[in-house]
Design a protein around this ligand. Structure first.
Ligand code: NDP
Length: 476
């Protein structure tokens, strides 16, 4: 059985505790590797290494740093198939999806920031004939990068690439549930001439590794993606330490279907926006509001197509959905469904016939008929479960959408552009898509409002986050 190692100061090392945890393939429940159960002592070593590597790395020319990013991108591309396979084994996402979305976006993360960051200019301001102020950007220091299991390498590299390009050194803490792609990244990066200590990974749980990492006094910046409760805990743990912090948190995203849509085409989009990656994408919709004029026919077609979705072995090309990521998560999602049914929801699609004693499979589930004020409408499920409800007019739907502690994203499907824009402007969410979903442009800010997060990443916004301004004012 392969024992994963931490990567600290350019060395693969065992956890100091000499303890490992099983890493389970969710498609069959079998252990595929052992993941280090590291603790604060490992974190300390990694932060120390990153701290010592910081001065030389931050003073290196930005173009040179970005050459390393391009080398990493080339290596990932060369090992594309292995990355995709590891992600599928670790996470349960269909192999075709890993190849189509996750791994290409991993490569794009490195290439984009390698090209973009060197173009960010310093500037100067002149105060008459008295003084000249030069404003430059400084890297922040050691960055703690903490990520969840749903898009394991895609989310991690979205942090690593801009952090390194801007001159920070990093200590990564991927989810212990999906460690394989991060470990493989360390393996392909190790032979490259990247200075030791610039890139470190410590594997382990949130409690034993995540908490000591964010609280470490030599960590100057925390970039976290995960659940809202964890984000709040991190805020408490680092209170009073003046760290730069970005929190990308949970959501309860809404999708609006107007009366004028092409029904068949929109049902196809809705299937993706609800059930891609088993609904385990923070941007998936969980609340679907359909105009009352087309509600019955739209739901009939949505239910019909959902029942035809193939759920099965993620290695098979025909499987649209694989298993959920872990037994714990599978149980949590099933409990959420049971609670909603108990509260009066009708099950329009979904059953448990796929449950077996091996993989953590669940059929895509459509529920309806719950009161809008019920807590089930506001709590994130993070699985292949959506509710469908009718709405009469725009004011009503905006009110229902904004009746949520979250504000990550929303989608509106509507031919009438003016009407769509009007709804979009009133929704309190970081991203609103009109007639599309999951469109990604690394130049635009990404992040949520309300309890979906603080801080923004993407293009200029990542540069803002991973650097701080410095002004040197010289008398003339
Ligand atoms: P968690 O918040 O449970 O975990 C995220 C990461 O944080 C994991 O690596 C976890 O470690 C670690 N962690 C847990 N506790 C702490 C702590 N106290 N201090 C520091 N780190 C800690 O989220 P999940 O992994 O379950 O991911 C699902 C959630 O992520 C959903 O709510 C989803 O909406 C959200 N998400 C948000 C995105 C966004 O961009 N807004 C994108 C993707 C997901 P470990 O699990 O190994 O113990």
């Amino acid at each position: 059985m392969e024992k994963i190692k931490n990567y600290i100061n350019g060395q693969f090392v065992d956890p100091i505790s000499a303890l490992w945890m099983p890493n389970i393939n969710p498609a069959n429940g079998e252990t595929i590797s052992l993941v280090p159960n590291s603790n604060a002592a490992d974190v300390d070593q990694a932060v120390q290494a990153a701290h010592e590597a910081f001065p030389a790395w931050s003073e290196m020319a930005v173009e040179k740093r970005c050459e390393y990013l391009l080398l990493i991108a080339d290596q990932i591309e060369e090992h594309f198939e292995e990355f995709a396979m590891l992600e599928t084994l670790d996470n349960g996402k269909p192999l075709w999806l890993s190849k189509k979305i996750d791994i290409p976006r991993v490569v794009e993360n490195f290439r984009f920031f390698a090209k973009y960051v060197p173009t960010v200019k310093a500037f100067s301001v002149r105060k008459g004939d008295k003084a000249l102020s030069q404003i430059t950007r400084m890297p922040v220091g050691v960055a703690a990068l903490i990520t969840p299991w749903n898009l394991p390498l895609y989310l991690l590299t979205w942090k690593i690439a801009p952090a390194l390009a801007c001159g920070n050194t990093v200590v990564c803490k991927p989810s212990e549930v999906t460690p394989m792609t991060a470990y493989f990244l360390a393996q392909i990066l190790d032979p490259l001439p990247l200075p030791k200590g610039v890139f470190n990974i410590v594997f382990g749980t949130g409690l034993d590794v995540g908490r000591p990492l964010v609280s470490h006094t030599d960590v100057k910046l925390v970039s976290f993606t995960g659940g809202t409760q964890t984000g709040k805990q991190i805020e408490k743990d680092i209170a009073g330490q003046c760290k730069k912090t970005s929190l990308e948190l949970g959501g309860k995203n809404a999708i609006v279907i107007a009366a004028d849509v092409d029904i068949d085409q929109t049902v196809d989009e809705l299937i993706k926006a609800s059930f891609l990656n088993q609904g385990q994408i923070c941007l998936c919709g969980e609340r679907v509001f359909i105009h009352a004029d087309i509600f019955a026919i739209f739901v009939e077609k949505f239910v019909h197509k959902t029942k035809k979705i193939i759920v099965g072995d993620p290695l098979h090309k025909t499987s649209f959905m694989g298993p959920l990521v872990s037994q714990d998560h599978w149980q949590k999602v099933r409990q959420c469904i049971a609670q909603r049914v108990k509260a009066g929801a009708k099950v329009l699609a979904g059953d448990e016939t796929l449950q077996n004693d091996k993989g953590y499979y669940l059929r895509p589930t459509i529920l309806s008929g719950l009161d809008q004020n019920h807590s089930c409408h506001t709590e994130e499920i993070f699985g292949p479960v959506v509710t469908v409800e009718p709405y009469q007019d725009e004011d009503e739907v905006v009110k229902m959408i904004n009746n949520s502690p979250y504000g990550l994203c929303a989608s509106i499907f509507c031919k009438d552009q003016d009407r769509a824009q009007m709804i979009a402007r009133k929704i309190r969410a970081g991203t609103v898509w009109i007639n599309c979903w999951l469109v990604r442009d690394l130049r635009v800010p990404f992040g949520g409002m309300k309890q979906s997060g603080i801080g923004r990443e993407g293009g200029q916004y990542s540069v803002d986050f991973y650097t701080e301004y410095k002004t040197i004012c010289t008398a003339l």
